[in-house]
Design a protein around this ligand. Sequence first.
Ligand SMILES: Cc1ncc(COP(=O)(O)O)c(C=O)c1O
Length: 386
Amino acid sequence: MRGTNEPNIIGNELKYISKSIKNNEIAVGRNLFLFEKKLKKNLKAKHLVLCSSGTAALQVALRAIGLKRNDEVIVPSFTFIATINSVIYNNCQPIFMDCDEYCNINVDKVLEFLKNNTFKKGNYTFNKKTKKRIYAIVLVHVWGGLVNIDKLKEICKLRNIKIVEDATESVGAKYIKGYSKNKYAGTVGDMGCLSFNGNKIITSGGGGAIITSSKKLAIKAKYLINQATDDGFSYIHKEVGFNYRMSNIHASIGLAQLEKINFFIKRKKTIHEFYKKKFLKCKNVEILSFPRYSKNNFWQTTLLVKNKNHIKKIQLIKSNLEKKGFLIRKAWLPCHLQNPYKNFETYKITNSETISSKLICLPCGTSLKSKDLNVISKVILNCIDE
Ligand SMILES: Cc1ncc(COP(=O)(O)O)c(C=O)c1O
């Protein structure tokens, strides 16, 4: 069965792993250094710290940036659960926001919330309702298309609200307009987080990275992922840290994948355009567009099913595609509706709830051939018109 985003191993992965094993560089070694250096250069990042996953990157970034217990963090509801879990891991509370037409956080509603529902006292912003400090916002660049961050940067600076970018799905995407022009996903906010999970645009077989332009924050993040070790020889730890390092074997895969990132992005764009063309004339479905202010990485193309009986249609598409050997997924159930998060604050959420049940994540692996894409489109069109 072919998944929605399978890894595509077409480069030096085996060579780099074999060399690492031969040199006994398993946990630590040269490829960690090389992956970090090349990724940093590729994304024009000032500081970059590799770690064990995107989730770990988010948890540590939020901690490093100075969140304190019981602070509140503005988050999108429409995201993978890991984004929100990272807030809870820090003993803080999420405030859920709606999504826009690209499924990114609705920036206008965030601005409205800040204007009407918060107040500034001293250096910080507080929630009028809970009186708690709102210290950070997590911006998720959903499916490889970027959040319109320019609209938020200034107000967040004025309100001393730190921006953490969840760029786990958007590695290699960049802004092409506005103040953030030519900046890559993860490098615009105070901290950025990447993922190299098996399904991402490049994989290290599990891994992540924290990006920042602040040397102090990078040092802090590195310290935290290394068990907060002050003196390794004498085992001195002045804080509670984590074992969130990336291994050299994982970095070997990541390094080889990074060499192919431009090919992967190009292929993802071709897949997106293929689907767009195939479904253009069908009035019951629509391929969701990506923003125009960014050069997106097109990691995940999604299909909006507009039929009245969309739930039934999606089930039919799922089972008919499985018969042909392809898996699809639904979009996320919004996080404010998930069991652990039902009782947290939400602000005017409408779109996240209505769009979520109508979207399908289409098979988008870069190893899919045109004939596969043709089969997938044909099956879907047959189901839709049935
Ligand atoms: C939006 C989002 N945030 C966070 C994560 C967590 O990354 P990881 O799986 O590397 O922990 C993922 C993907 O897995 C994701 O899609």
